[in-house]
Design a protein around this ligand. Structure first.
Ligand SMILES: [Ca+2]
Length: 329
């Protein structure tokens, strides 16, 4: 029997978060220790509600604790709703019933800290929303950065335009201060950004495959139909990117993306370029930029940054893996 590795999914469901969770379960390779919600696509209370309902729909609510995330970004006003993309309550047109599990008093950040101690050196943390919870954990205990084995997040854009402003990706824009805390902390990060996620598209043939995959994939198919319609309305054609599922995929297999080593500095002061992720290739890859003390001081910690898709077909893996864990809604 395969030993499953401990992981926490920190998420702001959200449609692509929802299917990322089902995909994670479908891989069968992870021991999901907690599902920690964070505000982002919707206010924190709504993403928490959605996380509980999804845990129930995916039949994990008796085994996997769901935690409530920070009520607002580190220094900014509470999250607005991206309802125009994800539907009025964040999960398309679904009205999923709440879980009957007890509400926990331990917050998402507290759960992250506890699990990093219980699984020191072994825990993978995958974040598919703003990085508020992870930043709070790091501010509370900076050693968190050294206890996690791997931190993979969906967010940012290294060499391509943004998706919420011309220069910023949504998760980084939603809480840039949190992203800056995390990316300068020394945590071993892998940034799964728009450079890669906009290249793994889910199209009509993939939707048809999911719709044909049986009742257990019907919820995901309905959600992805709404998501694709949203992208179509915003000029995205007949397909949608698999942002959050790709981050989950990269936790297990980096060959879905092409990675480069470097530092990422997040713009926090300017409203115009808020949340822009400035990718600075590692010293071995560059011989300029050295005259900026600001950059030099802030590029001490490097991580791995996706610069494009990798050799292994992620969309194909997603479509075949997700139905392995049937939903009951
Ligand atoms: Ca998300």
């Amino acid at each position: 029997m395969t030993v499953r590795s401990p992981i926490v999914l920190d998420s702001d469901p959200g449609i692509d978060d929802a299917v990322a969770l089902q995909y994670l379960l479908g891989t069968g390779r992870w021991d999901l220790r907690a599902y920690t919600s964070v505000g982002g696509n919707l206010p924190a209370e709504q993403t928490y509600r959605n996380a509980r309902a999804l845990a129930r729909a995916l039949r994990i609510d008796t085994d996997v604790p769901v935690h409530r995330g920070a009520a607002r970004p580190l220094t900014r006003l509470p999250y607005a709703a991206a309802a125009h993309f994800h539907g009025p309550a964040g999960l398309g047109h679904e009205m999923l019933p709440d879980s009957t599990a007890a509400h926990l008093t331990e917050s998402s950040a507290q759960a992250l800290l506890r699990l990093s101690r219980e699984h020191e050196g072994e825990l993978t943390v995958c974040a598919t929303g703003p990085l508020t919870n992870v930043a709070i954990a790091l501010l509370e205990d900076p050693v968190f950065a050294r206890r996690v084995k791997k931190f993979v997040f969906m967010g940012g854009n290294a060499q391509v335009p943004g998706n919420i402003t011309p220069v910023a990706e949504f998760n980084m824009w939603a809480d840039p201060d949190a992203a800056e805390v995390v990316l300068s902390s020394g945590i071993p990060f892998t940034m799964v950004d728009l450079d890669a996620s906009h290249r793994w598209l889910f199209g009509p043939a993939d939707l048809a495959a999911l719709e044909a995959a049986g009742a257990g994939a019907a919820l995901a198919a309905r959600l992805l139909r709404v998501y694709t319609d949203s992208y179509r309305r915003h000029g995205g054609g007949d397909s949608c990117p698999l942002h959050d599922p790709l981050a989950v995929g990269v936790c297990a297999d980096e060959s879905f993306v092409t990675l480069a080593e470097g530092a990422v500095v997040v713009e926090c002061s300017s409203e115009l370029t808020r949340g822009q992720t400035v990718f600075v290739p590692s010293a071995a890859e560059r011989n300029y930029y050295t005259e900026s003390p600001a950059l030099t001081a802030r590029t001490r910690h490097t991580g791995r940054v996706a610069l494009g898709p990798g050799p292994r077909d992620f969309t194909k893996d997603f479509v075949t893996t997700l139905p392995q864990w049937p939903a009951m809604a």
